[in-house]
Design a protein around this ligand. Structure first.
Ligand code: GTP
Ligand code: MG
Length: 452
């Protein structure tokens, strides 16, 4: 509870990795619910957050954790879909996550999105550990449900242990190729300069106690100072997603990383056409340990303190953008807060020209990533926006003078049916992909076809 937290906020832990390497399953195991089963096609469609209090961590970690060693209140995990550019999650221009778990399938090793995640972790200097997942799939593995991994590993045959070690050393080698000194987590003394590799199984829970212990220990040791906040200050957060909630209209799912947000607070939210000033009508929270995105029953709360995930219901949120800041006004001048939000929005570098293509992306950060890559490819952009491809985007693309610019490039978003129809009618091409370089490749093929 808050009294115990004593001004220390929960560290925010991002769970990243290649598609299907087991991010959601791992969180699911920690949560003990069945989120994976409920996901369409088992693919994480959205980013969700899950708060895990210290007492739950310590009961899962068993002997590995002595809760009296810790004064951080727990961990807040953020799940990300493998196809999603994690650069989208920011706080004040930096990474939203304090720390990260990079999930790597022991059989698959490093894959494109693993590399993408590594690049982002490097760029944002986010400390991370590697969860080498799916150890239960090593042929001949005898599962020991929920046990610390070293205990379970020692119970395996020499051949099985050898096979696992081989796979783990491959991952350690790949980390080293990318400039990280890494080792099995139990050999790492200094987690600030070495990456610990934790063998786990999201299926059997083996290694999960180790993972939680390492994460807690790391946070406690290296983040404690950063976690000291003015708990009572005006809330600051990042929008993860804009969704409709029955009875509440358009709401934003946000992670609050500083201060508190309360019902009736005046807030400023980054929107498509600039800051939106509105008033919190309701704060909705999933039950403890539930996934903010999948849990249907929300509990209404008066106030939320950092760090935590919360659904904010307020009027005028239709144009709110994923990736944008949310700030509570409280005792300050609203204009001052509008300015802060404007500055943060301006921090996203998305440049547009008089003539070019239309781009759409799921969050501000991914829009920025797409725009940056297009710039490298010297592809001009006329309009850049967050959101699904809608008829009005086709209308904009249609006004382009050059045939090669009559195109909409969509990254990680859907295309509405009527937009598709309109594009057919008006001879506008829509390109959609979940991987930036593929998206650009398709567009460039199209340009080449037009020009030859
Ligand atoms: P995206 O959200 O699509 O990026 O995938 P993800 O990384 O969240 O993977 P997810 O948790 O959905 O798992 C993908 C598949 O791998 C599912 O079929 C899981 O059941 C399976 N899986 C995940 N972890 C393990 C594991 O430790 N062992 C085994 N045997 N299967 C696993
Ligand atoms: Mg997932």
């Amino acid at each position: 509870d808050d009294a115990d937290a004593g001004g220390l906020r929960t560290p925010i832990v991002a769970v990243l990795g290649h598609v299907d390497h087991g991010k959601t399953s791992l969180l699911d195991k920690i949560r003990g619910s069945a989120v994976t089963a409920g996901e369409s096609g088992a693919i994480t469609q959205h980013i969700g957050s899950t708060a895990v209090p210290l007492d739950v961590i310590s009961s899962m970690a068993g002997d590995l954790v002595d809760p009296t060693d810790f004064d951080l209140p727990g961990l807040l995990f953020i799940d990300t879909p493998g196809h999603h550019s994690f650069s989208t999650l920011r706080s004040r221009g930096g990474a939203l996550a304090d720390i990260a778990i990079l999930v790597v399938d022991v059989n698959d090793g490093f894959q494109p999105q693993t590399m993408e995640a590594i690049d982002i972790l490097k760029r944002t200097q986010t400390p991370f550990i590697v969860a080498a997942n799916k150890i239960d799939t090593v042929p001949g593995w005898n599962p020991n449900e929920g046990e610390p991994v070293r205990v379970s590993k020692e119970k395996q045959s020499d051949r099985v242990q050898g096979d696992l070690d081989e796979k783990l050393y491959e991952i350690i080698g790949q980390l080293s190729d990318n400039g990280f000194s890494a080792d099995m987590y139990w050999r790492v003394q200094d987690f600030q300069n070495n990456i610990g590799v934790v063998p786990v199984s999201a299926e059997t829970g083996e290694g999960v106690p180790d993972l939680l212990t390492v994460m807690m220990g790391l946070s406690q040791r290296y983040l404690k100072e950063e976690m000291s906040i003015d708990v009572g200050g005006p809330g600051v957060g990042t929008v993860l997603e804009v969704t409709d909630a029955r009875g509440f209209g358009t709401t934003v799912d946000a992670v609050v990383y500083d201060g508190t947000i309360s019902e009736d607070d005046e807030i400023v939210v980054g929107g498509l056409d600039g800051p939106i000033v509105t008033e919190v009508r309701a704060l909705l929270k999933p039950q403890p340990l539930a996934e903010i995105r999948t849990e249907k029953q929300f509990e209404r709360v008066e106030s939320v303190a950092a760090a935590d995930g919360v659904k904010i219901a307020a009027p005028d949120l239709d144009d709110a953008m994923a990736g944008a800041p949310v700030r509570v006004v409280r005792d300050r001048d609203v204009d001052e807060v509008i300015l802060e939000v404007e500055e943060e929005l301006a921090g996203f570098e998305v440049s547009t020209a008089e003539e070019g293509v239309v781009i759409k992306a799921d969050t501000l950060g991914s829009l920025e990533a797409l725009s940056g890559t297009l710039e490298e490819h010297e592809i001009p952009v006329m309009r850049a926006e967050v959101g699904d491809v809608a008829p009005r985007d086709v209308r904009v693309a249609e006004t382009a003078g050059e045939p090669i610019n009559r195109a909409v490039l969509a990254f990680g978003v859907d295309t509405l049916d009527d937009a598709e129809r309109l594009a057919d009618q008006e001879d506008v091409e829509i390109f959609a992909d979940d991987v930036i370089y593929q998206l650009i490749e398709h567009y460039e093929d199209h340009v080449e076809a037009i020009e030859t």
